[in-house]
Design a protein around this ligand. Structure first.
Ligand code: ATP
Length: 353
């Protein structure tokens, strides 16, 4: 069963040079957790607002389950879409108790009595705040407030949960513990979730799949590991993980997903799509694919940063100074900035796009 389907959804704001959301198509399965990841201004929030019904698409269509909720003629209003939204600002009422906050949307829909109480209690239990029902939001930590917001969304038993940077206001430690909570929340509810973030570590930790957006378009939708190891475009390769994209020549057609590459006269074998043709290409080389060695790609050390345990070393290939590669080195083996080095390439990926 489908959770959410977008077909060539486009939104252009008046006077804007380019669409904020540009022909986006997505299929989110029922119960799937999909993260929308991209830099500021790429259209994530606009996409979420289109799904919620706060914006109308200029073209394309949106389906929730088997219901058409938006196209050129149809516009189902937000309150009739059965979509729950959790914002980064929590949006809790300070004068209400935790229980009243969670129950508010139920009340406005006429749910009362035993059903009201049991739904509020169940939602608070899921987020581990069953005992906080009579407290005020002001007496809770940021993480607890976000859990109340989550419970309020849950109490409505929505078909789809939209999460708009829900961890953005929290410090690093709270973020880590809430990441665990989200995972549990997910396992318990089985709800379809769309999670907006510009933080790749959140997206990687939580999502079944990630849609990477750039300038209103979806560049790739894939499982986190696929995005990391086989990025479809140079933008995805740069945005996910630590950079490392250089220009290379592919002297001959790939053979069974292996391609010979040549960079600055040095040759190595890396992964590629089976149909990768010969010619010029960009290659993604991750830090764990590279190591300082006696023999290998001629490069120059630019700088090194201590990371605890190991050093992260930036090196550049002659003629490609704008495209640094990063590799890890043990303490005591780190070259001085400016030193010529050799880099062994043990793996990599020819970017097909
Ligand atoms: N109501 C609006 N009117 C005009 N332009 C808008 C409106 N809302 C968003 N935009 C523009 O649309 C583009 C996408 O904005 P959007 O807020 O969707 O990006 P985002 O990826 O969510 O960014 P951020 O991570 O900074 O929130 C931007 O260029 C933005 O300036």
């Amino acid at each position: 069963m489908a959770g959410l389907i977008l077909r060539t959804v486009t939104k252009r704001f008046a006077d804007a040079a380019a669409p904020a959301v540009d022909a986006v198509s997505l299929d989110v399965a029922h119960g799937e957790f999909l993260a929308i990841l991209g830099p500021s201004g790429c259209g994530k929030t606009t996409l979420l607002r289109l799904v919620a019904g706060f914006e109308r698409p200029g073209a394309g269509e949106i389906r929730l389950g088997d219901r058409l909720v938006a196209d050129g003629r149809t516009h189902v209003p937000p309150e009739d879409r059965h979509v729950g939204i959790v914002f980064q600002s929590y949006a809790l009422w300070p004068h209400m108790t935790v229980g009243e906050n969670v129950g508010y949307p139920l009340r406005t829909r006429g749910v009362r009595g035993a059903e009201y109480r049991s739904r509020v209690a169940a939602a608070l239990d899921v987020v581990g705040l069953g005992s906080a029902v009579d407290r005020r939001p002001a007496s809770l930590s940021g993480g607890q407030r976000q859990r109340v917001a989550l419970a309020r969304c849950l109490a409505m038993a929505p078909d789809l949960v939209l999460l708009d940077e829900p961890l953005a206001n929290l410090d690093v430690h709270l973020k880590a513990s809430l990441l665990d909570e989200f995972q549990e929340f997910r396992a318990r509810t089985g709800a379809t979730m769309l999670y907006i973030t510009h933080d790749q570590s959140e997206a990687m930790a939580l999502a079944d799949r990630i849609a990477v957006m750039n300038q209103g378009r979806v560049e790739q939708v894939a499982a986190p590991e696929t995005l990391y190891h086989a990025p479809a475009t140079a933008f995805v390769a740069d945005f996910i993980g630590r950079g490392g994209v250089v220009a290379a020549t592919v002297p001959q057609r790939a053979d069974q997903g292996r391609a010979l590459i040549e960079i600055a006269g040095h040759r190595a074998f890396v992964r590629a799509v089976p149909e990768q043709a010969a010619g010029r290409a960009l290659v993604c080389l991750r830090p764990e694919d590279l190591a300082l060695a006696d023999d290998g790609l001629p490069a120059r050390c630019r700088r090194a940063r201590y990371q605890g345990g190991e050093w992260l070393v930036d090196v550049t290939v002659e003629g490609q100074e704008g495209r640094p590669l990063q590799l890890l080195a043990k303490p005591g083996t780190v070259p001085e900035p400016g030193t010529p080095v050799r880099v062994r390439i043990s793996d990599g990926w020819v970017i097909p796009g």
